[in-house]
Design a binder for this molecule. Structure first.
Ligand SMILES: [Zn+2]
Length: 103
């Protein structure tokens, strides 16, 4: 499995001047969960100066808004059905992020 392009971009950004620690913000709805993210990171940085970096992952909760009744809710287990009206037409407000939070 090839690493996610956004993770590769973060690696490239840190490569020039490797910090001792970083915090990555990871949205709940991002295609990788924390375990997969850490596995891909390990493969990406193996044998490089970034291999010793302390990686902290902060999970960002997801929020969706129903397009029918406009309820804002936290999707359970990536389910998209609205808990109030059952509609599946929801807009994702947050939870798809992956970014470097601090270093
Ligand atoms: Zn609804």
């Amino acid at each position: 499995m090839s690493p996610h392009p956004r993770l590769s971009a973060i690696r490239n950004q840190l490569h020039q001047n490797p910090p001792a620690r970083v915090v990555l913000a990871l949205g709940e709805l991002f295609p990788l969960d924390e375990k997969q993210l850490r596995e891909q990171w390990r493969e990406l940085v193996a044998g490089t100066p970034l291999a010793d970096l302390a990686l902290t992952v902060r999970i960002l909760p997801a929020q969706q808004q129903c397009m029918v009744c406009f309820l804002k809710y936290h999707p359970q287990k990536k389910e998209t059905a609205c808990p109030q009206c059952g509609s599946v037409g929801a807009k994702i407000l947050s939870g798809e992020e992956l970014y470097l939070e601090s270093f």
